[in-house]
Every structure is written in C-alpha cells, then in structure tokens.
Design a protein around this ligand. Structure first.
Ligand SMILES: [Zn+2]
Length: 107
C-alpha cells in the first residue's frame, strides 16, 4: 500500500497517482519485481562471469553504443548486487579492447 507523500492518503498498489490529491506516487520498489526478461538475461550473463557477452547482448538488443551498454550493464549489476567474477583481469582486457573503438566513436 503506497502512502501518498503529500497528503498521507493510502492508495491501492500500482496506482501512479494519488486518488485524493492526484500527486504522483513513487512506486514501492521490489528488488526483482521490475526486472524485465531482458534484464534477467543480462544479469544471468554477468552472474556467470560473462560480462562482455552481456554487454554485447545489450548492444545487439538496444543498438546502444559500447560505453552506453557497458554503463547500463554495470548499473544493473550495481542495482542487483551482482559481483562479476574475475573483474580484475577481464575488465582490464575489456577496456584495452574497447577503448580504441570508443575513441573512434567519440573522436
Ligand atoms: Zn495525495
């Protein structure tokens, strides 16, 4: 039951707007409830230590740039507390691999 932060009216779940004062109500966050199938797929890959694959998958699906995709995957990881395995070496290698591409994109 989200309570309106403005008038303290109790509102039914999943209403975006307070029934009393019509203010926008922040939705209660459930840690995995708002995960789309695609987010779960990405998280599954990063959990398995396949972060690069996750980034590639993200790009393939969204058409995002490399940096954008990497940021999105990392923010997903952060939000859901995923520790990517072997982040040390792998991320250095990944950076070494993608930096020239990123520079080309933004230069
Ligand atoms: Zn209200």
């Amino acid at each position: 039951m989200p309570t309106c932060p403005f008038c303290n009216e109790s509102n039914p779940s999943n209403v975006g707007v307070c029934k009393k004062c019509h203010a926008t109500i922040p939705q209660e966050e459930s840690p995995h409830g708002d995960l789309s199938e695609f987010d779960q797929e990405i998280l599954g890959l990063t959990k398995g230590g396949k972060k690069i694959a996750a980034i590639m998958r993200y790009r393939e699906k969204t058409g995002a740039g490399l940096k954008e995709a990497k940021d999105a995957v990392e923010s997903l990881e952060e939000r859901y507390g995923v520790q990517s395995k072997g982040a040390g070496c792998a991320s250095v290698l990944l950076l070494a691999a993608i930096l020239p591409l990123v520079w080309r994109l933004f230069a």
